[in-house]
Unconditional design. Structure first.
Length: 261
């Protein structure tokens, strides 16, 4: 087997011992070829982020949509908020264009159980409109299951349920964000689940389980999973999105040890 995993560092959760503007250089020095960000565009302009990344030879591969109001965690599945969702989707697509990013995590939001049916209908309509907006942009709109331990009442916490919704949305540029951390907590059986959902996956993210720290010495055998990803010919990135126990650079032994032999 030949090939390697292209790792990106989420600098919203990593290198946080440094000011945001300094995290790009730290990621490049550590050996990452790409960075991704959560929602930072209320504080930093996409053009400035792109210029800083370009100066260091980094790709900005992934970003998140805005979270909405406090506690909402996104708007894609919020009934009655369609106009606001369209506005944040327009913003995210423009930021992706400026950054030349290829994937966007479209935040779905927290939904009370009684509203699940209407939330599902809202989600399908919103994502079909978003798909049309993104047509021709070479960008994938990714939906992530977020585990119910970290964020109770998030719209969808299981990858199997997201895939069922994606089949209803039926748009090739709307995909599953396969985050090993969340999926292990809620569903497990990672290798076979990845195999079953492979053609729906638009991006990978990972962290250690159960505490979302460094990915080595945790309950997931990442080297086996990453070797499988390489074997399948994955050409995208796998985004490290974890909270380091100490300084980020002290816990980066996985960056080389996780590469397939």
């Amino acid at each position: 087997m030949s090939g390697k995993i292209r790792f990106s560092a989420n600098i919203s959760t990593m290198f946080t011992e440094l000011p945001f503007q300094e995290r790009f250089a730290a990621a490049a020095k550590a050996g990452f070829e790409a960075v991704e960000v959560q929602y930072v565009f209320d504080r930093f302009a996409a053009r400035d982020i792109k210029a800083r990344a370009d100066d260091l030879g980094l790709t900005v591969n992934h970003l998140n949509t805005a979270m909405g109001n406090s506690g909402e965690a996104g708007l894609a599945a919020q009934p009655g908020r369609e106009a606001e969702f369209d506005a944040i989707m327009d913003e995210a697509l423009e930021n992706a264009r400026l950054l030349d990013a290829r994937t966007i995590h479209v935040m779905s939001g927290c939904v009370q159980p009684a509203l699940q049916q209407s939330a599902s209908e809202t989600f399908v309509g919103n994502m079909q409109r978003a798909s049309q907006k993104a047509a021709g942009m070479n960008v994938l709109l990714c939906i992530e299951p977020i585990n119910a331990v970290d964020r109770q009442d998030y719209f969808v916490s299981r990858s199997d349920d997201i895939v069922s919704l994606l089949e209803i949305v039926d748009c090739t540029n709307v995909r599953l964000l396969f985050d090993f951390y969340h999926i292990q907590i809620m569903e497990g059986d990672l290798a076979r689940r990845m195999d079953r959902h492979w053609h729906h996956i638009g991006h990978f993210q990972f962290a250690g389980v159960p505490h979302r720290h460094e990915p080595q010495d945790c309950e997931i055998n990442y080297p086996i999973l990453f070797a499988d990803i390489v074997r399948r010919g994955w050409t995208g990135f796998a985004g490290a999105e974890y909270r380091p126990r100490g300084t980020t650079t002290d816990g980066l032994s996985w960056l080389t040890s996780f590469q397939p032999a």
